[in-house]
Design a protein. Structure first.
Length: 171
């Protein structure tokens, strides 16, 4: 099991880093100008502390609200990468196995009604590889972003829909 070190600076004098901030801000501005986007927010973390932050452009094209360091954005499917990394770390720490049924971690899915009698149970690996049989255009995904854990449990207890049996195809 490989451990990846957290990047660190050997020189304790952080003032040298701060001299690079104007160049970093130029990079962010140039990137913004070269992309067809309404705006962006950025931050640089040094020693676990936010050392520089800023915003360029607008966070909403209709009301022209400017982006600030405190602007909040949905990151959509980027959460999949963070989730996958977290699950792989848990696997590396022997806290889960990729071929474990997800019902071992999400009890509400133990009662899941699969689309066929011989459907394989959904595993952690199926979720990571998008081969769980859940629909691509899932009708509940975006609508449940603000739901509480109890509301999500109720949703799963009511049953999920499948586009095909688990393991059959990527979707």
């Amino acid at each position: 099991m490989a451990e990846f070190p957290i990047p660190s600076f050997s020189n304790p004098d952080r003032s040298k880093l701060r001299t690079a901030f104007p160049r970093a801000e130029t990079v962010f501005r140039d990137s913004f100008k070269s992309q067809p986007i309404p705006g962006l927010a950025y931050g640089i973390v040094v020693d676990g502390e936010l050392a520089l932050s800023g915003g360029i452009g607008v966070q909403n094209v209709e009301n022209k609200l400017p982006i600030t360091p405190d602007s909040v954005f949905r990151i959509a499917s980027m959460t999949k990468s963070f989730t996958a990394m977290s699950l792989m770390k848990l696997r590396d720490e022997y806290k889960l196995r990729l071929d474990d049924p997800v019902a071992a971690y999400v009890p509400e899915l133990a009662k899941l009604q699969y689309p066929t009698r011989d459907s394989a149970p959904i595993t952690v690996r199926n979720l990571l590889t998008m081969s769980a049989g859940l629909p691509q255009d899932d009708p509940w995904a975006d609508r449940q972003l603000a739901d509480t854990e109890a509301q999500l449990s109720e949703l799963m207890n009511d049953g999920l829909t499948f586009s095909n049996p688990p393991v059959v195809k990527y979707e």
